[in-house]
Design a protein around this ligand. Sequence first.
Ligand code: PEP
Ligand code: MG
Length: 580
Amino acid sequence: MQHFSGISASPGIAVGRLRVVDRRRSVVSEYLVSPEDVAHEISRLIHAINATRIELEAIKARLADSTGEDHLFFIETHLLILADERLVSETTETITSGLINAEGALRRTLLRYREIFAGIGDPYLRDRISDVETVIEKILCSMSGTTVEQLPQHESQIVIAAHDISPADMLQINREHVLAIVTEVGGRTSHTAILARAFGIPAVAGIEGIAHYLIDGAPVIVDGLAGVVIVNPDSETFTDYLTRKQQYEYAESELLKTAALPAVTVDGHTVHLRGNVEIPEEGASVLSHGGSGVGLYRTEMLFMNRSCMPDEEEQLRSYRAMLRAIAPHPLTIRTLDAGGDKLLDGIDHAVESNPALGVRAIRLSMSMPDDFMKQLRAILRVSAEGRVRVMFPMISGMEEVRIIKRMLEEAKRELAAANIPYDEGIQVGIMIEIPAAVTLADLLAREVDFFSVGTNDLIQYTLATDRSNEQLSYLYQPLHPAVLRSLRRIVQSAHSVGIQACLCGEMAGDPLYLPVLLGLGFDELSMGVGSLLRVKQILRRCSRERAARIAEGCFAFSTAADVETYLHQQIAADGIESCD
Ligand code: PEP
Ligand code: MG
């Protein structure tokens, strides 16, 4: 049994078979070489073995600092296989006597090892052939270049383990067959994690070495609630997790029964709890999970995994379907937030050394004015059919606000000239997710109808901490005093001119932060659909007045850890944390 701990990226418990997606599979071809080439082939072999050893030693050094003995044991085993003299001598012999290229000769060595291992009586030792295969695969990769392995589409009941899964990959995953995702990189607020939660697929991120040291087909438990992965569980652990899985699913189904209750505090204060949506199917589940509309529609998902951009009509159809699914509630459509980690095949993105600080979101839209106008027209057109708000991501200053407002007016003029209806008074909002926008919040507030705080990015930019970097997850602190001061300033700036302060980052979906966000005065919290019921349940136990005092109390502390301890104490004292 192997036990790994990582970052809880998407809740839920899954029990399935492991499917390691190593996107670096080798392509082996065997061919004859001339006697003069023998020395060259042997040197390629030795060089690849050395390169593999260096790679393994480097991983071992990294793991020694970050994880437990289990991983190290695997790497030690692989280093021992690599050091085996027979691996080199047998392969060299095949090259020399058979005049076979290095890759072909190494594959023949592997076939011989398979025969030998198949004859071993002890099942544990017999299974060690998989270690030999992994090592030889690595050497082959080093020698013959690599190809990208496709994500499995037809295998069922699998848990995918990979170094990384991009948001575009995530959208292509077969959601009926994939029970859970485990990755080496990533964090709780990475877009991949957000999508995993949207799909209801448990996920654990930040488990270094997992894609290299696990074996296809092994039974695996993924506990996305605790961020734990257990490979080859013993029967006691297996039974224990089956029970936990049932309990979790029962608690979720009980919560669903509370969906129709109003989102109101014990002292009668209403907070709009809305859903964040990425794909069309999510519209209906916002309502079934008790959300009152959509506070963030991430439209970029519509633009992914396709070679050309969706035209105005196609966008209109998608926005309309979403609006109808959540009617009569409002739909907040965010304009394209691509770039960064969300690359589009239909765009020739420049290679950037700092993608998170590069041509992303509104910057990308402004660099493609024709496409941007198409999106604005599609949003305006659907606004004639229901309650639609438009929202712009990654605003850094006043010039951008003025430009987008001009472009929106231009799009309105075009529609008016063509006699196409739209909502003349469509509400215009901006995302506050760059520290400059926080500093300028008082000025920006006069220009728009609402603010929506993107805490995922606001935290990453305020603390200079990449939201997808699992090694920095300890620095990614929603309760950091600098973040809390920013949130307070944003709400005050919005309310001082009478506009709404909304928040649609992942912070909105974490019950621990609810008293703070309620106490700071946010009017709307928009979150992943899976968080709506739990947050509403806690909200209904809170008092707005008490939350305001709790929020005020947070500012007495100078570190995130102290704020967190204080918060836990206050919540425990009020008895509002329990979810049953
Ligand atoms: C955010 O940054 O908090 C946000 C809601 O937007 P995204 O996660 O899509 O960047
Ligand atoms: Mg953002």
